[in-house]
Design a protein around this ligand. Sequence first.
Ligand code: HEM
Length: 311
Amino acid sequence: MDNQVMPREQLGVCAEGNLHAVYLMFNANEGVEQSLRASLASVAQYLYDLTDQYADSAFNGFVAVGANYWDSLFGQGRPSQLKPFPAMHEGNREAPALEYDLFVHLRCDRLDILHLVANEVNQMLDELVELVDEERGFRFMDNRDLTGFVDGTENPRGRHRQDVALVGDEDPAFRGGAYVHVQKFAHNLSKWHRLPVKKQEDIIGRTKVDNIEYESADKPLTSHIKRVNLKDEQGNSMEILRQSMPYGSVKEQGLMFISVCRTPSHFEKMLHSMVHGDGEGNHDHLMHFTRALTGSSFFAPSLDYLLQGQD
Ligand code: HEM
């Protein structure tokens, strides 16, 4: 890929992990598209600039546009693979769709800065949108999910994150953008904690305390990593970049699962493998302990796309 002409990506898409996150889901008011295009460009530029200003606290963010709202906002020209969330269910395993028009993803190692920025973003979009959901993500222990297992170990590293997450020459008008899927998973932690640790480890496919991957032959077909570690027809790993974090309160808590990728198909195939399984009755047993409350599909365009899109 020729980096010289690569549009500037929104810096939150591939950013390394943080201590805190704020997730804002908006729906747009009727007939505001022209003003909203301009305001979204301003928000994206503002987040980009803050990344330098608050570099010490590793601030980053991005804005993404919902699959069902894209055509209203941008009219002509649509990312070639953008489609609604692939809702699925089998037995009592549900992956429902709940779409939003806009997603603002903010992360930082200081919660006070995030709080200020979230309010500012909300103000910048005032009168154009309605804030319909808001969650705060946090780092739990040493990057663990609330199940107690380290999450993110096998994520792409370094510059490979860009290769996995950002659209390239396959869709020139949308280079530097990313397909984004979000699922808010509420865990049933009392059920989970009743399981002996060995059973929990069999469900994940890694050890709990030291986070060691099971030998291939020892991984149950129903373990999470067995179900999501997929290869394409050429034998290449299908990768996604996960930007998930734990979220919630005592009342409701779990994982805000976020996938960013240059194609939506990797996420879809993984989710299919979790919910429907391998066709031989082996689905992901993690699904017995958590419930997806939402499922939303977005595209996070490059910063330059958003800046050009304002009239
Ligand atoms: C790996 C937790 C949902 C895709 C993992 C790992 C944990 C975990 C603990 C092992 C460590 C690591 O490599 O990160 C969870 C939890 C989920 C969830 C608690 C929801 C409640 C999903 C979903 C997908 C997914 C919905 C995709 C559709 C992956 C992938 C890996 C992974 C690709 C790396 C597998 C490998 O190559 O070893 N997850 N996950 N996860 N998860 Fe999830």
